[in-house]
Design a protein around this ligand. Structure first.
Ligand SMILES: Cc1cc2nc3c(=O)[nH]c(=O)nc-3n(C[C@H](O)[C@H](O)[C@H](O)COP(=O)(O)O)c2cc1C
Length: 163
């Protein structure tokens, strides 16, 4: 069975809900092994041990979050040249944008020579004030459905050998 690794960080819970929905979709499909790791726990060996990846992050200050950056910083060179060609997808939880976080993940993935096999999923919370930004997030079911579908299609694609 092919194995999918999800590496994520979440400060106020939005990205975590996206990951939970993706995991539900992948598990329903039941065709791929799934491991979900917080960015602080993910190591180069975890990347090497899996066939495909989902990177999920908040957009903070027009960038991936600091702990996702730390994950990439720690793992970039130890696995460079050893995971080429493996499929990946990106998910970003943002207030109103998310595009720079996606771009950063795409640049890192290009360096690793990973293959994007799905459009990135960006969910915007529309939080504007500091209070709204810092509040726990509750994402809409319709948005989370996009994450569930991504999980299901990644699991199915891996099982069928499409990727
Ligand atoms: C320090 C900080 C910086 C942020 N910067 C951005 C930003 O540049 N663009 C954006 O769209 N949202 C920004 N946001 C909003 C978050 O992306 C949004 O609250 C999202 O829900 C965070 O995901 P999380 O709930 O998984 O932590 C920022 C939030 C914080 C706390």
């Amino acid at each position: 069975m092919k194995a999918l690794l999800v590496v994520y960080h979440s400060q106020t819970g939005g990205t975590r809900q996206m990951v939970d929905a993706l995991a539900a979709g992948a598990t329903e499909a039941g065709e791929a092994a799934l491991r979900v790791l917080h960015a602080t726990d993910a190591r180069p060996e975890d990347l090497l041990a899996h066939d495909a990846y989902v990177f999920a992050t908040p957009e903070n200050l027009a960038a991936i979050s600091g702990l996702m950056k730390d994950f990439f910083d720690r793992c970039y060179y130890p696995v460079l040249g050893r995971i080429e060609g493996r499929p990946y997808a990106a998910m970003v939880c943002a207030g109103s944008d998310g595009s720079n976080a996606v771009r950063q993940i795409e640049r890192i993935a290009t360096g690793w020579r990973l293959r994007a096999v799905a459009e990135p999923v960006i969910i915007c919370t529309r939080a504007q004030t500091p209070e709204q930004i810092l509040a726990a997030k509750l994402l809409a079911d319709a948005d989370l459905e996009r994450c569930r579908e991504l999980g299901a299609s990644l699991a199915a694609g891996l099982a069928l050998g499409i990727f």
